[in-house]
Ligand binder design. Structure first.
Ligand code: PMP
Length: 356
């Protein structure tokens, strides 16, 4: 083997660093990864039991993904021929980037954008044009329009992680229609927001909408993402780009069972939206915090100079949130996931104890 070549490669990859996962704190009140603990444990038990009954893992899941896609099609009311699946939406984004983008293809996004997406662009040396958020954590659609000529791909997570911002439907529709390259709208948090662009795919050839069961269905551990796109792209993705068996039998069968119980997801989403309002209103009472509105299952706030102290004090009490630090002109950003009422109350009480 040409050892130098291999060593150089390893060195290059290790300099990139990769996606930063939160620290694993045992028995923590876990409000750091935008998971959903509101959907009941019973829901999880039921779908896993149903998957167990209908799975034979001695076999490859031949035809399984197709049955799951038919179920997603019924759920979102879009033809099966326009739906593809992946091992989490992470994998879908990765396959699109690694096959459609290159050093010569500029990708237009926001700053901040979804961390994994940014890391993947770094890995593939794909140049990013990133439009910064305003001081009030909002984006300006005109800034995107101005930059759109230079880019081949537009990627937006809508609502955005980590700000919680979502463009008005009118603004995003205008932007998608005016963009001449490929548009990827990542709706990982779509159910917590005001709208979805999934139906726009029927008339907009260059649009791919990515969704997941990780957030609204509370199934992050299942690793089940899907996308909606035109039939030509979907066919190519599923037959050429995607692995022959991208999802495990357990994921497929559990996913089918979860989609049959989508009413439970809708209840959980409504509950999270109510709690989101309570968390925002309570945090807003502290003069030392600046709290940003959110259309997702998390809330971003700037704790200014005291953000490290707030983060450490919470961690000491077993409450894990995300420490982000500087975002634009905001020095001390923290992101907290909306959990169950009890989890949120523990977080808010710990803040009260700390700040009075
Ligand atoms: N997109 C965004 C904006 C996210 O925040 C996340 C989860 N962190 C994902 C995609 C990945 O979701 P999945 O679990 O489906 O890979």
């Amino acid at each position: 083997m040409k050892k130098n070549w291999f060593d150089e490669k390893i060195k290059k990859f290790s300099l990139i660093g990769g996606y930063k996962k939160p620290e694993l704190l045992k028995d923590a009140v876990k409000l750091d990864s935008n998971e959903n603990y509101v959907i009941s444990k019973q829901f999880q038990n039921d779908i896993l039991l149903s998957a167990k009954k209908s799975s034979d893992v001695r076999e490859y899941p031949l035809g399984g993904a197709e049955r799951l896609i038919d179920m997603i099609s019924k759920f979102i009311k879009v033809s099966s021929s326009m739906i593809g699946v992946g091992n989490g939406s992470d994998q879908i984004l990765d396959l699109i980037l690694s096959n459609f983008a290159s050093k010569e293809t500029k990708v237009l996004t926001s700053n901040p954008t979804f961390g994994f997406f940014e890391e993947r662009c770094k890995l593939y040396s794909i140049p990013l044009i990133a439009i910064p958020f305003s001081n009030s954590m909002k984006l300006d659609v005109k800034d995107f329009m101005k930059q759109s000529k230079d880019a081949s791909i537009l990627y937006l997570d809508s609502p955005n992680n980590p700000t919680g911002f979502q463009f008005s439907k009118n603004d995003l529709t205008k932007l998608v229609k005016s963009f001449e390259g490929l548009v990827i709208i990542d709706e990982a948090y779509g159910e917590f927001g005001d709208y979805s662009l999934a139906n726009m795919v029927k008339t907009q050839e260059n649009l791919i909408v990515v969704q997941t069961l990780s957030k609204s269905f509370g199934l992050a551990g299942l690793r089940l993402g899907y996308f909606i796109a035109n039939k030509k792209f979907t066919d190519t993705f599923m037959t050429v780009l995607q692995y022959p068996y991208p999802l495990s039998t357990i994921t497929i069968e559990s996913g089918i069972s979860a989609l049959e119980k989508s009413d439970l997801m809708k209840d959980a989403v409504n509950n999270i939206k109510t709690e989101r309002k309570r968390v925002i209103e309570t945090l807003q009472k502290y003069d030392s915090f600046e709290v940003f509105d959110s259309k997702a299952n998390f809330v971003l706030f700037d704790a200014h100079g005291s953000y490290k102290r707030v983060f450490a004090a919470l961690a000491e009490q077993g409450i894990s949130i995300r420490k982000l630090g500087k975002i634009g002109s905001h020095e001390g950003c923290l992101r907290v996931t909306i959990g169950t009422k009890e989890m949120n109350s523990k977080f808010l009480l710990a803040i009260r104890d700390l700040l009075g």
